[in-house]
Design a protein around this ligand. Sequence first.
Ligand SMILES: C[S@@+](CC[C@H](N)C(=O)[O-])C[C@H]1O[C@@H](n2cnc3c(N)ncnc32)[C@H](O)[C@@H]1O
Length: 241
Amino acid sequence: MSHEVLHRHRAVWEQKPVLRQLYADWYRAMAAWLVSGPTVELGGGTGNLKEHLPEAYCTDVVVLPWLNLVADGQRLPFRSESLANLVLFDCLHHIENVALFFDEAQRTLRVDGRIVIMDPYLSWLSWPVYRWFHPEPVDYRDDPLYPKPPQTGRRPFDANQAVATILFERNQAGFEVRYPGFSIRHMRRMACAAYPLSGGFDHPSLLPQWLLTPMLRLEHQLERWGRFLAFRMLVVIERRV
Ligand SMILES: C[S@@+](CC[C@H](N)C(=O)[O-])C[C@H]1O[C@@H](n2cnc3c(N)ncnc32)[C@H](O)[C@@H]1O
């Protein structure tokens, strides 16, 4: 199932320039926060990051021929303090035990290393869209850092779209207490209607290519109202000690 979805998404990626341009904007925003040194992507899925960051070592929990390695974010196959960056694009909210991932990030990142996360953000505008028009659930009652017993039959695409909003907005203090060795360097609520209008990977685009550049310019200007309008959250976490 996950294989089929990711192979289909890869084919859509090839055929949809509007999607590639949109992601290019987001990948640039993430790349600007990377420090020099070994960079590993978790949940690489369709493998699109490689086009923008060829030096990244791209991994996923699913076996995919275009990625470098199979790796579960909860048990990273890397030596302690060996990595400069961990990049997660739309991956954090799919990880079953998020605390295991942050424990592993703490172990594998060198001091000054970074976790760069792009994940769904629940604003006033995006919440109803994610809640009613997106197949993945939104569960605000979840405590992402509370250990969950492993679920039998859990699939890589099982998710809670509220994870980043809970961790880095609603209960940021909880994250900071649990991980005093990390500091949240940057948090940006961004992206608005362009992605839903693009149809993403599952629907035809309602957004003509010529409209995308002015639309992205407008979205950047609207970021000051991110709490109300944003669909995504960019979070940069640095290992301090
Ligand atoms: C929504 S896809 C995102 C794929 C790609 N980053 C993109 O933006 O197109 C989420 C990915 O996270 C992966 N994933 C789920 N659980 C994971 C885990 N525990 N560790 C690493 N990757 C995981 C899934 O297999 C899937 O490829």
